[in-house]
Design a protein around this ligand. Structure first.
Ligand code: AMP
Length: 191
């Protein structure tokens, strides 16, 4: 299956994607991870993305669309893939629809992990306190901006996918195992 794991920063998309990968073998395609790798490697894309990511803004659409298109062409994506952190706005979603059509592929489901903002802020604070190598964008100021960007630019994708009949929502506020179980149920249920 080709799916999108959707949700605000700190919703647990990365954690849940890793579990789905383990269960089904579909690779996790995280634009955030790919961009962080590009920053660490000092590539041209990384140099462009660094300051934008530190502010919590979105890097240009053409950059992430290009990265995802190339990644989907790799052989391990033939059995399916999990998009994590992409698309982040309507133009990216439209580009994804077009790209998949050109590649002869389908999007099977969009799984929204729903979490309230107040819980997200608490989670990120814990992540900062517990981590020895906190991410450059793991600070309350950047998170606040990332949440604003999420509500302004990313949340409008919910009605976009609802209209396509692809949206499935799970409660992301329970324990990690409960969220995994809810996602597992959704993946079993035909749309
Ligand atoms: P994430 O790890 O998904 O939270 O992404 C970390 C940061 O990478 C975001 O705050 C953005 O600056 C950038 N980023 C990741 N995915 C995208 C995307 N699809 N479009 C634009 N920027 C992105």
């Amino acid at each position: 299956m080709n799916i999108i794991l959707f949700g605000p920063p700190g919703a647990g998309k990365g954690t849940q994607a890793a579990r789905i990968t383990e269960e089904h073998g579909w690779p996790q395609l995280s634009t955030g991870d790919m961009l962080r790798a590009a920053v660490a490697a000092g590539t041209e894309v990384g140099q462009k993305a660094k300051a934008i990511m530190e502010r919590g803004d979105l890097v240009p659409d053409e950059v992430v669309v290009g990265i995802i298109s190339d990644r989907i062409d790799e052989p391990d994506c033939k059995k399916g893939f999990i998009l994590d952190g992409f698309p982040r706005n309507i133009p990216q979603a439209e580009a994804l629809d077009k790209m998949l059509k050109q590649k002869g592929l389908n999007l099977d489901a969009v799984i929204e992990i729903r979490v309230d903002d107040s819980i997200l802020i608490d989670r990120i604070k814990t992540r900062i306190a517990e981590s020895t190598q906190a991410r450059a964008d793991d600070n309350v100021e950047t998170l606040t901006n990332r949440l604003e960007v999420y509500h302004a630019q990313t949340a409008p994708l919910l009605p976009y996918y609802e209209k396509q009949g692809k949206l499935k929502t799970v409660d992301g506020m329970g324990a990690i195992d409960e969220v995994t179980a809810a996602i597992r149920d959704v993946l079993k249920t035909p749309l």
